[in-house]
Design a protein around this ligand. Sequence first.
Ligand SMILES: Nc1ncnc2c1ncn2[C@@H]1O[C@H](COP(=O)(O)OP(=O)(O)OP(=O)(O)O)[C@@H](O)[C@H]1O
Length: 308
Amino acid sequence: MAKTQNCPISRSGSISLRRVAKSYAGRAAVYPLDLDFRRGEAVALLGPNGAGKSTAIGMMLGLVTPDCGDVRVAGRSPREAIAGGYIAAMLQDSGMMPGVRVAELVRLGERLYPHPIPTNEALDLAGLSDERKRRVDRLSGGQAQRLRFALAIVANPEVLVLDEPTRALDVQGRAGFWDSMRTFAAAGRTVLFATHYLDEVDENAERVVVIARGRIVADGSPAEIRKRTGVSVVRVTVPDGHTGLDCIDGSVCVDVRGERVTIKTTDPDATVRAIVTGPRPWHDLEVGQQSLDDSFLALTQAPDTQDS
Ligand SMILES: Nc1ncnc2c1ncn2[C@@H]1O[C@H](COP(=O)(O)OP(=O)(O)OP(=O)(O)O)[C@@H](O)[C@H]1O
């Protein structure tokens, strides 16, 4: 695996959005948004389809012009930051010149940036060394996705933006991709990625920003996001039937599979007390947080009272 060079680090914070908003045909895609990403952070941007993730990312990259507000990337305008190689992105379905070979295309990128990493290093890191002579229009979906990654990292950026980077990848490809990303990010780079695969978030993000209907509805570590909904999960095996467990204080949902009962509760202490002091025999009691998927659904499906 290649070792990446240090990127030229700017002195200011990586990305800052101040009261940035965007509407299309009078309909808000992103409401006025304040958001800062610190240097070296790995941040997942989550939200259901149409939440405003790509619009927010587009504004950071200078691809979407905000209606109002200010975006700074490494202390510069997004366009200056792109031209200076301070930020680079791997976008969904970005086109690639047909007929060109993989290494030629990455080398072209290398020549465009002021402080690139060598093409061979980018190809190695992206797992494309064996494909370097292949025409880009003959690549599989997964290989094309890895080429998009190589084209982003060859800029040697301080900030790497990935819009659904693992969408075309199989399970093995996804694991390999995140290994490469972690190697690249190890030198203190900021990584911002949008994804719909919540299992990728725990391992690859220290911070999660959840967007729904154009607004930030949660911002914190994956553990904090789980806690935000205030629901815990109690699991217990009850051989003689679960009657009455749904009446315990705090129970919001009871799921029964054979003898195994899963109780979602806002008061796990009361739930556990009721089980251990209750009349039924029980075993294998477990208390945990609800999954990130459940928290995500609760946060993004909550009724929005601010829409106007
Ligand atoms: N160029 C555009 N013209 C008109 N409407 C747009 C445009 N781009 C985005 N929108 C609208 O803005 C809203 C936010 O879209 P956006 O693509 O930012 O969401 P997203 O969170 O990235 O969704 P997904 O997960 O489906 O990619 C949606 O209602 C979308 O239809």
